[in-house]
Design a protein around this ligand. Structure first.
Ligand SMILES: [Mg+2]
Length: 224
């Protein structure tokens, strides 16, 4: 088994239970907007918001505004503000890592394994998520693919950027992420071994990963 000196993690759906949280936030926002006067059933608004996120991206910051533009041709700012407020309240109250994340991260550190993040999220959003789940002090650094390299994670550039920051050869670094096309393919293109986080995936099966983790704690068996 290779000797790993560092582990690089994807953030969303690998350390943070992103889809579950997003679902709660969207539900709260849809209900708040219907209560505020949006003349639709909450379930329909929820479906249309998910569709919009899939289309314009998870990091989009003006989704409710965009929703009104598309469905009504103009924005009702009072309703949008109530939706955003409900969304944020739930987000701050319910941001969670997966149950074993903290234990795994702290154990890796105690054993002297270096850990950092490589994400497609913008730098500020990535750091905010780490603060929200109480892990902002655990990681050596965060590489935001778009902010640091101008690329997304199918490209090896963000992975190579992280290797350079670690000052380690690719053979000594394991990458853990939930996306086969982005995390596994990108990390392997940069020469690293890659593990796929099966628990964070909505689409199965997977192919191409060196390791498959049904739970995050399995990383300890590989690295320690
Ligand atoms: Mg992910």
């Amino acid at each position: 088994m290779p000797e790993f000196k560092a582990v690089l993690f994807d953030l969303d759906n690998t350390l943070v239970d992103f889809y579950k949280l997003k679902g709660k936030c969207i539900g709260a926002a849809a209900n708040a907007m219907v209560r505020a006067g949006l003349k639709k059933k909450p379930m329909q608004v929820i479906k249309e918001l998910w569709d919009l996120y899939y289309e314009i991206g998870w990091e989009h910051q003006n989704v409710f505004q965009e929703y009104f533009q598309r469905h009504y041709g103009e924005v009702d700012w009072r309703i949008v503000a109530k939706g955003v407020y409900a969304y944020r309240r739930v987000k701050y109250e319910h941001s969670r890592s997966y149950p074993s994340t903290k234990h795994v991260i702290r154990k890796l550190r105690r054993k002297g394994i270096r850990i950092a993040i490589v994400t497609d999220a913008d730098r500020v959003n990535a750091w905010m998520r780490l603060v929200e789940i109480g892990l902002a002090d655990e990681f050596e650094f965060v590489v935001s693919a778009p902010c640091d390299t101008g690329k997304k994670k199918t490209d090896p550039a963000p992975f190579e950027f992280a290797l350079k920051k670690l000052g380690l050869p690719a053979s000594e670094v394991l990458f853990v992420g939930d996306s086969v096309s982005k995390d596994v393919a990108g990390a392997k293109a940069a020469g690293m071994k890659a593990a796929v986080a099966l628990y964070g995936r909505t689409v199965k099966p997977v192919a191409g990963a060196d390791y498959e983790f049904a739970e995050l704690k399995e990383v300890l068996d590989v690295v320690l």
